[in-house]
Design a protein. Sequence first.
Length: 161
Amino acid sequence: MKSIFNSTTLSAAGVSADTSLGRAATMRSNILEMTHDAEEAVLRPKDFGAFDHKLRAALAARIANLNGEFKLAEQYIDEAGTFRPIADPKNDGVAYDLSPVLSFMDKVAMNTSNVVADDISRLQEAEVSDADIVRLSELNSFLAYQIRLIVGLRLMRENDS
């Protein structure tokens, strides 16, 4: 990452270098660099299992869309390739044979407290490996963090005088 201001997070939050919030972000650049590194790890891991980068990007865009973070979704959708349609939460994934995965991702993203063992069992029945279930959960967890960070930064930007 050449500049923290090129990061997905600061871009989606609308934070620019020439503001007091931008200067504050520069002072905490280590956090933003670690956020970028975590993003790379969940979107472009060396061992990606059954879910390649393009599908992960589509899933990230879908989670962002579910949370009303459309600017963030746009940044991820650009990397989704043929999986672009999955970014639309109305897409059930049938055409990609991903219905159980999308149901799981949607539930984890929007109704986390109601995720139960049966949700994991349904993925296993759909032949999703345990390692891939962990990878999907990591992606969802990162997006939850990133979205909360973006919302917080945006609130700070709006109150920046």
